[in-house]
Design a protein around this ligand. Structure first.
Ligand code: SF4
Length: 123
């Protein structure tokens, strides 16, 4: 059984492409409605401070669902954090989700799909 962790990057909360997302509503809906191990929100995972968090937090026995910028960008921008933690960015450990140009409901549904795909894996 793996932990399923939702590691959300809010892009400082002022990214114009995420203007339609209410991060507080989204966090509370995730907490109440989706089975997962725990949720972490950070304002800038791709900066030193975020990478330091990832280095401490990420473990190989978990899968990380990362709502943030688009998937290709995440592949580049989160690489240092995963690398510092020694966790590979493969399908067993990482499910990226794009939040840009989506609203709260659309992002919630994407996260729900990712969580549903991990059903039975949650500890
Ligand atoms: S990882 Fe992506 S969403 Fe997060 S701060 Fe960097 S650019 Fe923004």
């Amino acid at each position: 059984m793996k932990k399923v962790v939702i590691l959300m990057c809010t892009c400082s909360g002022v990214c114009p492409s995420m203007a339609k997302i209410d991060f507080w509503e989204l966090a509370e809906r995730i907490r109440l409605e989706l089975p997962h191990s725990y949720l972490v929100m950070h304002p800038r995972l791709c900066e030193e401070n975020g990478e330091a968090l990832m280095a401490d937090l990420l473990k190989p026995d978990a899968v990380y669902i990362t709502p943030a910028c688009d998937e290709k960008k995440q592949m580049k921008l989160l690489a240092n954090g995963f690398s510092r933690a020694g966790v590979p960015m493969d399908e067993n450990h990482w499910i990226p989700i794009r939040m840009g140009l989506r609203d709260t409901e659309e992002v919630f549904q994407e996260i729900k799909r990712a969580v549903d795909s991990m059903q039975g894996a949650i500890t």
